[in-house]
Design a protein around this ligand. Structure first.
Ligand code: HEC
Length: 150
């Protein structure tokens, strides 16, 4: 009986325009990718502040932030490929869909740098974390300058 309820709940949750998908429509996909970027911002900001000495260095928290970024940096991209997600209102520039290969390459480099940051954070030393945070940070501007409207 319990399984039946779960099935009913699941089928109600996926009655949107894009059936059997995580996104009910293009606006929902935009919301997903924007929220993903906000979570990236929060987790990154704390690491940035530790590197700048604006908050005390906490090796355990740095590890958690870096591990979160490994997952979070995988999230936004699929939401750029939902049908209509290029036309929905957002800060994403049309250039993304004209240069999808380049955009994807930037997204992949970002994820690789998150993995490197995670390895550096595992060391527990600021000496290793600092350059990894700086390298990771470069990805934001490199992509935003080209593909994000202000
Ligand atoms: C490969 C490209 C790319 C990279 C790398 C990237 N971003 Fe973005 N970011 C975007 C795009 C495109 C948007 C616009 C998304 C939209 O409006 O649908 C965006 C939007 C945002 C937003 C606004 C979200 C909202 O609520 O509208 C924040 C905050 C953000 N990015 C933070 C970051 C930070 C911090 C980094 C680096 C640690 C980063 N991004 C790296 C492409 C990127």
């Amino acid at each position: 009986m319990k399984n039946l309820f779960i099935l009913i709940a699941l089928s109600t949750a996926s009655t949107g325009a894009i059936a059997a998908s995580a996104f009910s429509d293009a606006e929902d996909a935009v919301s997903y990718r924007q929220h993903s970027f906000q979570l990236i911002r929060h987790n990154f900001a704390d690491l940035g502040d530790m590197v700048k000495g604006q908050v005390p260095f906490d090796a355990e928290r740095a590890k958690r932030r870096a591990a979160a970024l490994v997952s979070l940096t995988t999230l936004p991209w699929e939401a750029f490929e939902v049908p209509g997600a290029d036309k929905a209102e957002s800060s994403a520039k049309a250039d993304i869909w004209q240069n999808l290969q380049d955009f994807k390459q930037k997204a992949e480099k970002f994820q690789a740098d998150a993995a490197a940051l995670n390895t550096a954070a595992a060391s527990g030393t600021m000496e290793q974390i600092k350059p990894a945070v700086m390298a990771f940070a470069k990805n934001c501007k490199a992509c935003h300058d080209k593909y994000k409207a202000d």
